[in-house]
Design a protein around this ligand. Structure first.
Ligand code: IPD
Ligand code: CA
Length: 266
């Protein structure tokens, strides 16, 4: 099996195992804090176990970097890292808000820029996004690109959950000058929506997002032709450590990047 097929099959198995759980009492069970620092919910644990069991079943030689389970070495001779957020948007999943996904990526080295494959599966409806390096991004089998034309409605995604008051103040000019702001509550799926052209820019400058939440989105955004920048407007990269938190801007083109960042800087 190719790496991309392994990530796709693992994502399909997550979907089968959790699709009827969202919004139920059973989804919410508290398993204490996971490696990423948040409370692990039953639905998170079920989804992660599904992936780990599958990887063991096919004897995939890798190091798993899971949001809940932490680092698990499945081989003495690993081919690389499998970066797993088995449920991104856990709060939505537990409450039954139909916007949550799985995010699985494979990296050959300890950095984002070495990611070769990424899969995001919308666990509310089974839709799948994926990319392999230099091969493009796909949505349910069809090639996707970021929005290229001047949009009829400019849609701006901003993650403001738990943002500091200073950051919210910096965003005020964007709030005042733009009518169509969105924040759905699962960063990976928001990056997938952006890659499909459903948003023109997606911003998360809170300095809170973990590698697991963005690893698959990183490749899908880039392979769909998006700009993916850090706060200094350099191309985003980082190591894969559990301590690392990032901020980023995904923009469909330089024009919207300049337009929105000039508002943030005022
Ligand atoms: C969360 C989602 C959410 C973001 C949080 C993340 P999780 O991921 O991506 O959109 O605001 O910072 O922690 O915890 O549900 O995997
Ligand atoms: Ca998660």
């Amino acid at each position: 099996m190719e790496v991309i097929e392994i990530l796709q099959e693992a994502s399909n198995r997550i979907y089968e195992n959790v699709k009827d759980l969202a919004g139920t009492e059973h989804a919410a069970g508290d398993f204490g804090r996971g490696a990423g620092g948040d409370i692990s919910r039953n639905i998170d644990i079920i989804a992660e176990k599904t992936v780990i069991e599958f990887l063991k079943e096919i004897n995939f030689e890798c190091i798993v970097l899971g949001e809940e389970c932490g680092r698990i070495e499945l081989s003495d001779n690993p081919k690389g890292y499998l970066i797993m957020d088995a449920i991104d948007g856990s709060a939505n999943a537990v409450r039954g808000v139909p916007f949550f996904c799985s995010s699985l990526a494979f990296a050959t080295e300890n950095k984002l820029s070495s990611i070769t494959d990424g899969v995001i599966k919308n666990l509310a409806n089974g839709e799948m996004y994926w990319a392999s390096k230099n091969k493009g991004s796909f949505f349910n089998g069809k090639r996707i690109n970021v929005h290229k034309n001047i949009p009829i409605y400019k849609i701006i995604g901003i993650n403001i959950s738990g943002a500091s008051s200073d950051l919210v103040k910096r965003f005020l000019p964007i709030f005042e000058k733009n009518e169509h702001l969105r924040h759905f509550g699962a960063n990976a799926l928001e990056m997938a929506f952006f890659s499909r052209g459903l948003m023109d820019i997606f911003i998360d400058l809170r300095g809170k997002i973990r590698i697991q939440d963005i690893a698959a989105g990183y490749l899908i955004v880039k392979e769909a032709g998006g700009l993916l920048m850090d706060t200094n407007l350099n191309s985003l990269d980082s190591d894969l450590s559990y301590e690392t938190r990032v901020s980023f801007i995904a923009a469909a083109n330089k024009k919207i990047l300049d337009e929105i960042t000039s508002l943030i800087d005022q």
